[in-house]
Design a binder for this molecule. Structure first.
Ligand code: DON
Length: 543
């Protein structure tokens, strides 16, 4: 109790304490209010959470162009009220012509920018096929009905807010100002074609043709065959438990669920509530668990269609105990002394956004989808009207060399034609005693996993309301570099000194991520929504 009071006082002092949105029936939380409203309208008119998720997915592609997309890919985690679970993997795939040294010169040196800008950076997008799979399997509305609001927002335009305009500053070709009505006639035409002809328009028709033509003209390697052979996977989610809560999360080709669960397994015995939020002890054990789990992540995980992922070994209780035993009570372990815990790998052949939805029946959807960088590869093919991803940078361009998120990854995540790059996206649903409790997720590249971890711990260990849980300043460690990053306000001056004395290198960096979460009050069934203060155009709303 003392720590909860202390946490709330700290929150009040540093200005991030706020109340969640409360609704009795249904809740939608996204980082752009027009998209939230689209989802709420679908739910109000009797659509279910998956219908709303499809409509929101297309709406964000219009009103959140940094991140929402049809030119990228992602993951949708569904839990229906009857307990059915689905993880829909619509991650981008590497073009069939891609090879491991794609971004290296003749001497094996990486060519800067090749994996992040322009057509060579582009993976085959999955969003249109992924949303359609979700709709046909769980939805109750026509594609045209669910896409109509997005088409209207593209055709008629929407009002650009202050925080929107800030994001658009880095948009290629941007001249958009706050207060403008932003219309996108090209995108409206593209979406209209998809509404009419479905994924065929995208993967076999004029949209694929436009992308392949632009790619050919600009040094890319995308082909019509890449588009025609694209497929969506349905995978078994990763499961683990933490203090009586059951987690459902993202399996490979995301590293998210495995790494999150590995960290939670390691930290589960520690008394965080007693130690207090971001106290020296709490931070020490969480950071050490993160350090070890990211070493494993970067070494062992990759697309399961290409490499074996030792998920059961990484999540075994005795493995967590082994990792725990390697943590010193008083000192940071240098990352140079932390090696991936399962031994050598056998040889074998940002921008992003998250949204969470719960409907009146208790169906829950968590979607994280992405074009990787802000505005992806920075290219729009012909008059298609949407940015293409630079997801290829999530692969290991060269073993041992960091990618744009500083992740130092291994050969299991090397580039192969048709392979999916390893992701950190972690859409997560939590139940308790079989009942829905929480839906969460965030963008943030390699930091996504620790953002989701913090959101969960803030609710489960520190008793924060869901709005505070997403607002609270964050801490992150990813094995390499051997640095603990923290947001302003995460630590007291005294904690910083003590952690430094234990051997930590700490670095304050500007805030990151955009967590969008829902908690169900177990007593009343109220839906409580928390939208991240870091994205002020966000909205938690429902009815
Ligand atoms: O899949 C991944 O892990 C990354 N492509 C996500 C990128 C991201 O979150 C960018 N946002 N900050």
């Amino acid at each position: 109790m003392f720590s909860l009071v202390a946490t709330l006082l700290l929150a009040a002092a540093s200005g991030w304490h706020a109340e969640p949105a409360h609704t009795p029936h249904a809740m939608v939380v996204t980082e752009q209010h027009y998209a939230t409203q689209v989802g709420v309208d679908v739910l109000r008119h009797g659509g279910n959470a998956v219908d709303a998720a499809v409509a929101v997915g297309y709406a964000l592609a219009v009103v959140d162009p940094c991140c929402g997309n049809i030119g990228g890919g992602g993951f949708m985690l569904v839990r229906m009220h009857d307990g059915r679970e689905r993880f829909i993997d619509f991650r981008e795939r590497a073009p069939l012509r891609a090879t491991p040294p794609l971004y290296q010169d003749k001497n094996g040196n990486l060519i800067p920018g090749l994996s992040t800008k322009g057509y060579l950076a582009v993976g085959v997008p999955g969003t249109v096929m992924g949303l359609e799979r979700a709709r046909t399997e769980f939805g109750t509305r026509s594609r045209a009905a669910l896409m109509a609001p997005a088409i209207a927002l593209a055709k008629d335009g929407y009002l650009v807010g202050t925080a929107d305009a800030r994001v658009y500053k880095s948009m290629p070709g941007d001249t958009i100002k706050v207060g403008d009505t932003r219309t996108q006639p090209d995108l409206a035409a593209t979406l209209t074609m998809i509404a009419r002809d479905g994924p065929n328009a995208f993967y076999r028709g004029p949209i694929a043709q436009a992308i392949v033509a632009a790619s050919n003209a600009n040094g890319g390697i995308l082909s019509m065959k890449d588009f025609a052979s694209y497929y969506v996977n349905e995978l078994k989610p990763v499961h683990c438990s933490y203090r009586g809560y059951d987690l459902i999360s993202a399996p490979p080709p995301s590293s998210g669920g495995v790494t999150l669960c590995e960290i939670l397994n390691v930290i589960s015995p520690y008394p965080f509530a007693r130690w207090g939020w971001n106290s020296v002890e709490s931070a020490h054990y969480v950071v050490e668990a993160e350090r070890r789990a990211y070493a494993d992540r970067n070494t062992y995980l990759g697309d399961p269609a290409f490499v074996r992922n030792p998920v059961a070994q990484l999540l075994a209780p005795h493995y967590a105990a082994t990792l725990r035993a390697s943590i010193s009570a008083s000192r940071a372990t240098p990352s140079s002394q932390v090696h991936p815990g399962l031994g050598a790998v056998a040889r074998e052949n940002a921008q992003t956004t998250h949204y969470s939805i719960v409907d009146s029946a208790g169906n829950a959807v968590a979607v994280t989808y992405t074009i990787n960088d802000s505005f992806g590869a920075g290219v729009i093919a012909g008059n298609t009207g949407f940015f293409l991803n630079d997801e290829m940078d999530d692969f290991t361009s060269k073993p041992g060399v960091p990618n744009m998120f500083g992740l130092v990854q291994g050969t299991r995540n090397d580039i192969r034609g048709g392979k999916r790059p390893l992701s950190s996206m972690t859409p997560t649903i939590v139940t308790r005693n079989g009942r829905l409790f929480m839906v969460t997720g965030s963008p943030g590249g390699g930091r996504i996993i620790t953002i989701v971890l913090a959101t969960l711990q803030n609710v489960i260990d520190y008793g924060m309301n869901v709005q505070d849980a997403v607002n609270a300043p964050r801490v992150h460690m990813q094995w390499l570099p051997d640095v603990v990053e923290y947001e302003p306000g995460a630590f007291s001056a005294q904690a910083i000194q003590q952690l430094q004395a234990m051997g930590y290198t700490l670095k304050e960096v500007p805030s990151w991520g955009s967590a969008q979460a829902i908690v169900i009050d177990p007593k009343t069934g109220m839906r409580l929504g928390g939208t991240d203060r870091r994205r002020p155009e966000g909205l938690a709303a429902g009815y």
